[in-house]
Design a protein around this ligand. Structure first.
Ligand SMILES: [Zn+2]
Length: 484
């Protein structure tokens, strides 16, 4: 084997050599010739010819010519890319699969597909190898696949007005089963919900870093990191959501995303039960006094949960088109939803995650306003005028804003419509806010060398710019202020 062609030649080439080798063997045996006999006739040795037939050695062209002549076929037929038979095709694919790093990682022996290996066994092995490869690919979703899946999911959510009937039904049924009395869902009631499903919670300070909760379905225990906080309630309910909604191990990235959206929705539907929320919101709409913060206060949830819940119900139960955005202080979107025609920034694939939001939008301007009170603003955009309400919060990645907006005609139902704050956005026209002012650009374009902060959000594509992920204008302004 010292002279064997190593696999570094690449799978394609090895595959080609294997096919050539199998074609030679097929013709040789069809003509009833032995290795010794044929090797002798072309001036080679049986062992060399065997290496060639096994795709482990690259023959010289003169040798291929001699073999074709000796086997009585045109050169082109010997070099044809197809395997000579179904069996040879399976043998080639099995060899291929067994030489792959994916199989190598398993530490399993390789099977030599000799003559005595039945055809069914070959079929089964090759089928399993193909499935192994398919699953490995599915798990390693590329950023492009992730973005495509996000786009697809957002389209689905839009088509159903962000209303998930099955999830609402499941949540309502559970609440009934534990005789939910109304108002904020207490930690005790969350525990009662779990008990109703046969589960209990346990606090585990050493929970794996990458996990928010871990569910042991054998012993019916859900492990959480910290007890009792508002955030823990949502994490606990999401873990229950996977059980109630019958989620299995996701078969691929799109399913993983869908499950995440569903359990988010499930947790929100328990924290802010629909019947109670719709009663509150309908009364507020009649009084022309709708406000996201009232949902937050009535159910003791975060502003983000209240805003998310508002978008679940706004169209289905109140007849209002809406948009929702969660924007990091760096100006990029981490989550967004719309069915009101607002034009989110998108990349070439239609994805919005990680895209920079117009700096004139409420989701950005709110960072410069006094904190702790909801901020309201009218924004004139190329697709119409919108009114938005926004609030800033903090998570481990920094500050982020959560905004809910409606087209101008629907602002009459909302508290805060009297605001005098107004801005104008021309985005995606780059002259709106993306191109740095010429005077700054002239002074700094050749001399600024920023380094991007790592993006914390999982799926974000880095937005385009001179330095991906960095806002040129901000960098230039910063330098300008420092050196004036
Ligand atoms: Zn803009």
């Amino acid at each position: 084997m010292g002279e064997a062609v190593p696999d570094r030649a690449g799978q394609g080439e090895v595959g080609d050599l294997l096919t050539l080798g199998r074609r030679i063997r097929h013709l040789r045996t069809a003509r009833g010739r032995t290795l010794d006999d044929l090797a002798g006739a072309v001036g080679s040795s049986a062992s060399r010819l065997s290496l060639l037939e096994n795709g482990r050695r690259e023959p010289k062209l003169s040798m291929v010519n001699a073999l074709a002549r000796e086997l009585g076929v045109p050169l082109a037929e010997l070099l044809a890319p197809e395997a000579p038979s179904r069996r040879a095709d399976l043998e080639i694919r099995l060899e291929h699969a067994q030489r792959s790093p994916l199989y190598g990682q398993l530490g399993l022996p390789t099977v030599r597909p000799g003559k005595r290996v039945p055809l069914e066994l070959l079929e089964a092995l090759v089928g399993l190898h193909d499935e192994l490869v398919r699953r490995a690919h599915e798990r390693a979703a590329t950023p492009e696949e992730a973005r495509t899946a996000n786009v697809e999911l957002r389209r689905t959510m839009r088509s159903q007005d962000n209303y998930f009937a099955d999830v609402e039904d499941a949540a309502a049924g559970l609440l009934e089963a534990v005789a939910y009395p109304g108002g904020p869902l207490s930690q005790r009631q969350v525990e009662a919900l779990a008990a109703h499903l046969g589960y209990r919670f346990e606090v585990a300070a050493d929970l794996p870093h990458s996990a928010r909760s871990v569910t042991d379905t054998r012993n019916q225990v859900i492990y959480l990191r910290t007890p009792g906080s508002t955030r823990t309630r949502a994490v606990a309910l999401q873990a229950l959501g996977h059980l109630v909604l019958g989620h299995g191990e996701p078969a691929g990235y799109p399913e993983f995303l869908r499950q995440r959206v569903e359990v988010n929705c499930f947790a929100a539907a328990l924290l802010v039960p629909r019947r109670e929320a719709v009663r509150l919101l309908t009364a507020a709409k009649q009084a022309r006094d709708l406000a996201v913060e009232d949902v937050r206060d009535a159910f003791n949830v975060s502003y983000e949960t209240a805003a998310h819940r508002f978008t679940n119900l706004a169209t289905h139960d109140l007849g209002l088109p809406v948009h929702f955005m969660r924007v990091h202080e760096s100006g990029t979107i981490s989550k967004a939803y719309e069915n009101d025609g607002v034009l989110f920034p998108v990349d070439a694939t239609g994805a919005i995650e990680g895209q920079p939001v117009c700096r004139n939008w409420t989701a950005r301007t709110v960072f410069e306003r006094p904190q702790g009170v909801p901020y309201h603003q009218y924004t004139d955009t190329p697709s119409g005028t919108y009114w938005c309400t926004s609030s800033v919060d903090l998570d481990q990645a920094g500050r982020f804003s959560v905004s809910v907006g409606v087209p101008f005609v629907h602002v009459k139902w909302f508290r805060g419509r009297e605001t005098t704050e107004r801005s104008r956005s021309q985005c995606p026209d780059p002259s709106c806010c993306r191109t740095p002012p010429a005077a700054l650009s002239d002074r700094w374009a050749a001399h600024a060398r920023p380094s991007a902060r790592a993006h914390s959000h999982l799926l974000a594509a880095l937005p385009p710019g001179t330095y991906p992920g960095v806002d040129d204008t901000e960098v230039y302004r910063f330098l300008e202020a420092r050196t004036r």
